[in-house]
Design a protein around this ligand. Structure first.
Ligand SMILES: Cc1ncc(COP(=O)(O)O)c(C=O)c1O
Length: 466
């Protein structure tokens, strides 16, 4: 420990470059910390439209909208102005103990107007994790109000992503989010990941496969006892798991099972919400009727932290009675519904309407999806998939058998790196390369992303052994 620390101090004294100061001081999320000490960071200093620039002035198209969030790109003046105005007017207030503020009221009202199914109330947090964590707590609280103390287990799916708090990381279905963090916690269960290309049996149709996945969910419910299962969480399109579009018929069957067993459905719209799939919510694209919805990211185009949890009237009434019994609804975040974040979110939603963002996404979606489908023919590609302005290319060693590359070859990560060197930021998610550009992207910029991805694939194909 001492030696390492000393080493870093030496580095800091020798050079003041941001790379070295980063390595010396900054603990990075979702990063291989060992490798990072050798490779260092890519330091981004500014953004413009769909592009960001590093400290050497190199330009990159942000093909992932940062972390699936900057839907309006990187220099929307009205969002900056909205933040400045609110910062000058009310730089902080909260909703604890019945206090409120007008921008929070306006935003809650606006969100309920937009909700894809009738919802009753909105609770504000600062991140997707907080929204999902609150959903879990509310579900437990509600079942205590209903005197169903056994009905507490929550089901999510392998490869799901719902966050990183203790409870939401438990819901997340990715091994590296659990491993050595002593997760998942009790009462969290995982059912199979519905990925037709990867997990269907030979000869099984997409509908048959979707029905089988739903049946597996029901088997789990019955094995545990439906009276012990409180809720099921799902992203309409699974994001961090590899951009997995649900198989045909899957959600219809899942919803029928949930209703039959009196299990709540929580739709995690943190990535899909606000136009990503071509409709305002993924719930509309896939005909979902959830009891709760969580949103974040594009709610403020990523400009400031804010998330929201929508709850139905039935759930709200349970919270009312339980809080009356206890004397308080004992939950809330200091910065939840921060007025500056609310003002930026309101402005973001206004811009989506003004520029007809949904029409734009639907108009450009074929350009991205057809381009990806064409790249699906590349020798390294197994499946091209996506909807709206989100997609992925799954890389395989053998197209015929769908055999994956050995993980140590890190093929997808190498393709993402090769694209980055060519000025396009994409993200490798396991064996897949994901694309989720700002929704304001133009056709020529989509073409640029696809051309760079093609060149990156060629480069890595040329580097792979025989
Ligand atoms: C679908 C989904 N849910 C929840 C989260 C967690 O959000 P946050 O990172 O803001 O906590 C994410 C983050 O990527 C996400 O993609």
């Amino acid at each position: 420990m001492d030696a390492t620390r000393k080493g870093h101090e030496t580095v800091s004294r020798l050079s003041n470059s941001s790379v070295e100061r980063d390595i010396a001081n900054y603990l990075h999320p979702y990063t291989n910390l060992k490798t990072h000490q050798e490779t260092g960071p890519v330091v981004i200093t500014r953004g413009e439209g769909v592009r960001v620039f590093d400290e050497a002035g190199k330009s990159y198209i942000e093909g992932m909208s940062g972390l699936w969030c900057t839907a309006l790109g990187f220099n929307q003046k009205p969002l900056i102005d909205a933040a400045m105005r609110e910062m000058n007017r009310l730089p902080f207030y909260h909703g604890f103990g019945g206090k409120s503020h007008d921008v929070g009221i306006d935003l809650a009202e606006k969100l309920l107007e937009l909700a894809p199914v009738p919802m009753s109330k909105v609770f504000f947090g600062n991140s997707g994790s907080e929204a999902n964590d609150t959903a879990i707590k509310i579900i437990w609280y509600m079942n205590n109000a209903l005197e169903r103390p056994e009905k507490k287990k929550i089901i999510s799916r392998d490869k799901a992503y719902h966050g990183v708090t203790v409870a939401t990381a438990s819901l997340t279905g990715l091994t590296y989010v659990h491993q050595d963090f002593d997760l998942p916690i009790d009462n969290i269960l995982h059912t199979g990941c519905p990925h037709y290309y990867r997990y269907a049996e030979p000869g099984e149709s997409e509908e048959e496969y979707g029905a089988r996945c739903a049946k597996n969910l029901e088997k789990l419910i019955l094995a545990e006892g439906a009276d012990t299962i409180a809720a099921f969480f799902a992203e309409p399109v699974m994001g961090a798991g590899g951009v997995l579009v649900p198989p045909k018929g899957y959600f219809a069957k899942v919803q029928e099972i949930l209703t039959r067993h009196d299990i709540l459905f929580v739709a995690d719209e943190v990535i899909c919400g606000f136009g990503r799939t071509g409709k305002m919510f993924g719930c509309e694209t896939f005909d979902l009727r959830p009891d709760m919805i969580t949103v974040a990211k594009a709610l403020s185009s990523g400009y400031l932290p804010i998330s929201a949890l929508f709850i139905s009237e039935e759930i709200f009434q349970c919270l009312v009675s339980e809080s009356e019994k206890i004397g308080i609804f004992g939950h809330g975040h200091t910065y939840g519904g921060h007025p500056v974040s609310c003002a930026v979110a309101l402005e973001t939603l206004k811009i989506y309407e003004e520029i007809h963002i949904l029409d734009h996404v639907r108009k450009l979606a074929p350009r991205l999806q057809d381009g990806l489908a064409a790249l699906g023919g590349h020798e390294l590609a197994g499946e091209a998939r996506g909807v709206g302005l989100v997609g992925a290319l799954e890389l395989v060693e053998d197209k015929e058998t769908k055999r994956s590359f050995a993980p140590e070859l890190a093929v997808a990560a190498r393709v993402a790196k090769a694209a980055e060197e060519r000025g396009v930021i994409l993200r490798s998610l396991g064996d897949a390369i994901a694309i989720a550009p700002p929704l304001i992207i133009k056709e020529g910029e989509i073409d640029e992303i696809l051309a760079v991805l093609g060149a990156a694939l060629d480069q890595v194909a040329g580097e792979l052994p025989g």
